[in-house]
Design a protein around this ligand. Structure first.
Ligand code: NDP
Ligand code: 2IT
Length: 453
């Protein structure tokens, strides 16, 4: 069977066996198609049915979460933990709390995580979890009770050598704290079963900043390869959560000018540069919508999502040199990609997971826009999570400078391996193909070594 037929067969089986999981098919299609040059050179992956095996999670846990709201009413949500692949280490990946969460979304995130974690060069397998719980509009006590209820079930499936969850959309220090406390209460053990922990109770310096900082380091490496830097570049950033905030911070450190941020309701365009302190005060500390930013910075412009043409997102229609999608999946569409190219954008660097739709991605590449793929560009977060695990295991605490230096090195290695693998497999400077092939190869080879398990 030709490689193309093999890939199509596996994708078809995947769709049949997991109906309705569109985001998961999207992620699987992107990865599997990009493996073609590798599969053509090495028949072992076909011989050992690696594609058939890698698209099926090792274990999928779905559970009911009951919790009591402030009015004394029992609420019910669904919880997930997809333990996707442990060939190279314990399952590792975040938890997402958002009303849109379903099995297909958790599977796409878990699937991406396998290859991302492999690219870090560290021994971490791939997993992801979460719930359709919406933290927005909930009281502090409701969030706490939900997190405690979630951990009652999750605690049975995690462990520092088994599965180590962390944050993602809607899950940050606050939620991780409530979950950690509950785990300790249930088991009587103080263990590094989560990362992104508070600094007083086992967290690592630099983990909060890591995804955003790492994303900017990656973008800088891309530009450096072509004799350029971020210095003086006008940058658009979407999102206003953990990844977006620290992307903006690091862009300033490298003398770039971030002019936008956004949330699910609208975009802030601040031509003279996003005011980082105002942004943190509104979102990170205040947990308020971005309209509040205007009260602190009346010279900024606010563009509500309702004002924007279908399939377009305001952020990407504002002229920029470099774009950093850092909010959520499929937030940068073909309409947006065309606007970016028209406005002279030279780089799109994915801080979020799968933020660029496949047609937008092809359009950008065809038009010679440098493209930093999510698996590589946003891997700094999970890599620093592993640094937190290392510190927990050795009962040590590293300085911010030590962690940041390691993050720097890891992001450089990820860039190098993605670039070199693309070259080696005849994919030119296509970092998406390079990252997918390099990430896959290490996991797949380990699966072959470990036999039919
Ligand atoms: P946060 O919850 O901190 O922030 C998410 C941001 O994205 C918020 O501004 C939110 O707006 C916005 N957003 C979420 N969903 C939507 C939507 N459907 N439409 C428009 N805007 C939306 O999450 P993170 O910053 O941690 O995560 C952002 C992205 O980065 C995700 O794709 C995540 O998977 C990825 N990522 C995160 C890592 C981490 O370490 N945290 C590591 C690697 C990747 P609002 O405030 O209105 O909800
Ligand atoms: O998508 C991701 O890589 C994360 N949400 C971070 C995972 C982690 O374990 O730190």
């Amino acid at each position: 069977m030709s490689v193309e037929k093999y890939i199509d067969k596996v994708l078809k089986q995947t769709a049949q066996q997991s109906p309705g999981q569109v985001e998961f098919y999207q992620a699987a299609e992107e990865v599997l198609h990009s493996l073609k040059p590798l599969l053509e050179r090495d028949s072992r992956y076909d011989k050992y049915n690696i594609l058939e095996r890698i698209v099926v999670p090792e274990r999928t846990i779905i559970f009911r979460i009951n919790w009591v709201d402030d009015d004394g009413i029992i609420q019910t949500n669904t919880g997930y933990r997809v333990q996707f692949n442990s060939a190279i280490g314990p399952y590792k990946g975040g938890l997402r709390f958002h009303p849109s969460v379903n099995l297909g979304i958790i599977k796409f995130l878990g699937f991406e995580q396998i290859f991302k974690n492999s690219l870090t060069g560290l021994n971490i397998g791939g997993g992801k979890g979460g719930s359709n719980f919406d933290p927005k509009g909930k009281s502090e006590n409701e969030v706490m009770r939900f997190c405690q209820a979630f951990m009652i079930e999750l605690s049975r499936h995690i462990g520092e050598r088994r599965d180590v969850p962390a944050g993602d959309i809607g899950v940050g220090g606050r939620e991780l704290g409530y979950m950690f406390g509950q785990y300790k209460k249930l088991t009587g053990k103080f263990e590094g079963i989560l990362t992104g922990k508070g600094l007083n109770w086992g967290g690592s310096l630099g983990r909060t900043e890591a995804t955003g900082f790492g994303s900017v380091y990656f973008a800088e490496h891309i530009l450096n390869k072509y004799g350029d830097t971020l210095k003086g570049k006008t940058c658009t950033v979407s999102g206003s959560g953990n990844v977006a905030t620290y992307t903006i911070q690091k862009l300033y450190d490298l003398d770039a000018l971030p002019v936008t941020c956004s949330d699910s309701k609208g975009t802030i365009y601040h031509k003279k540069g996003v005011d980082l302190e105002a942004l943190k005060a509104v979102k990170e500390i205040g947990r308020k919508p971005l309209t509040e930013y205007l009260k602190l910075c009346p010279d900024a412009e606010y563009i509500p999502v309702s004002k924007y043409p279908e399939d377009g997102h305001a952020c990407w229609h504002i002229p920029c040199d470099c774009a950093f999608p850092s909010a959520t999946q499929n937030e940068l569409t073909l309409v947006d990609a065309k606007a970016l190219v028209k406005n002279g954008c030279i780089l799109v660097n994915e801080g979020a997971n799968m933020p660029t739709t496949p047609d937008a991605c092809s359009y950008l590449m065809k038009n010679k826009v440098h493209f930093g793929p999510a698996k590589a560009a946003n891997a700094g977060g999970v890599a620093t999570s592993q640094l937190e695990m290392s510190q927990n295991a050795s009962m040590s605490n590293w300085s911010f400078a030590e962690v940041d230096a390691k993050l720097h090195k890891i992001m450089k290695n990820i860039f190098d391996i993605s670039y070199e693998t693309a070259q080696e497999y005849g994919c030119g400077d296509n970092l998406l193909a390079g990252a997918n092939i390099a990430g896959f190869k290490k996991v797949a080879d380990s699966m072959i070594d470990q036999g039919a398990v």
